[in-house]
Design a protein around this ligand. Structure first.
Ligand SMILES: [Ca+2]
Ligand SMILES: [Ca+2]
Length: 304
């Protein structure tokens, strides 16, 4: 044990001497990846019908959640293109697939929050609605990395129930299957019925279909909870900035010095950013790699 320590110390001392005698070290900037997990409001596209568009309260409430969570800037907002009276197939222009196209034509879209199928269930053809939803998902698959959150209606109540509910009950499982089986785009489905259960009196307006402010907030809160659960807005896990031991945004001789200090400290603990060959140990090998990297003998750390 002592012998090993002694050897280690010799290696360290010679490396320190090397550091101070060498002026050949390069400074390596760290690529600016995953520095922040903030989202741009413009990249969140809201499409759908009057359940969203009548008040836009669901959108506003979701934005508020995102701001509170620190992932959306205080003065930023989502792009809400939802339109009352429209459908998946047909309906008032622009219908839901067209809203999507308009959205991607106007700028980068990473997240789609949508609903659709209510008006199709009331007046249209639900087979066409399902086909339109399927086509829309095929379109969205072309936009690599996009994520979709599909919100599905609570039950219609009152005089509207007879008109819409039977079709909605057929369309719901079809859309749910489409969404939950979709891997590209990555998609999530939320059925609002459990959230509205027992609260229809206060959550649904007298027209029997649209959410009150309270209902919109409850819907958005349920959506946000589900988004949190599935990591909807999570970007890639934080990248380990290998080699930047002093966390100043560069890999340079100072980090080599930090590594040496670390190795000589008997109380040291493991830090992933120092384990340059990712073998779960920080030792002379990592130090040697660091040296080679800074001298330009290798242009990439094994861990990266
Ligand atoms: Ca550094
Ligand atoms: Ca290692």
């Amino acid at each position: 044990m002592k012998r090993i320590k002694f050897k280690k110390t010799i290696i360290m001392l010679s490396l320190i001497a090397f550091t101070f005698t060498s002026n050949m070290f390069f400074t390596k900037p760290i690529p600016a990846t995953a520095q922040t997990n903030k989202i741009k409001g413009s990249e969140v596209l809201i499409i759908g019908d009057s359940f969203l568009a009548m008040s836009h309260d669901i959108t506003r409430r979701l934005e508020q959640h995102a701001k509170t969570a620190g992932i959306l800037d205080q003065n930023d907002s989502f792009r809400d293109l939802s339109v009352s009276g429209t459908m998946l197939s047909g309906g008032i222009s622009p219908n839901i697939p067209t809203q999507y196209q308009n959205g991607v034509n106007a700028g980068t879209v990473k997240y789609v929050i949508m609903n659709g199928g209510g008006n199709d269930s009331m007046g249209g053809n639900i087979n066409n609605a399902y086909a339109a939803a399927r086509n829309l998902f095929e379109e969205m698959a072309k936009n690599q990395g996009i994520k979709v959150f599909y919100l599905f209606y609570p039950d219609p109540v009152g005089y509207m129930a007879n008109m819409i509910k039977p079709n909605l009950d057929i369309l719901r499982p079809q859309i749910k299957d489409l969404v939950t089986n979709s891997t590209s785009p990555e998609a999530y489905f939320l059925d609002l019925r459990p959230t509205f259960e027992g609260k229809y009196n206060t959550y649904i307006m007298s027209d029997g279909i649209h959410p009150t402010t309270e209902g919109s907030y409850a819907a958005a809160d349920a959506m946000w909870a589900e988004m949190q659960r599935v990591g909807f807005f999570e970007t890639n896990p934080p990248t380990i900035t290998y080699g930047d031991c002093n966390k100043d945004g560069y890999v340079d001789a100072l980090d080599l010095f930090e590594m040496k200090k670390h190795l000589m400290d008997v109380r040291n603990t493991y830090h992933d950013y120092m384990d340059l060959n990712t073998d779960n140990y920080i030792d002379a090998i990592d130090l040697a790699i660091m040296k080679q990297y800074l001298l330009g003998y290798i242009n990439k750390l094994p861990a990266n």
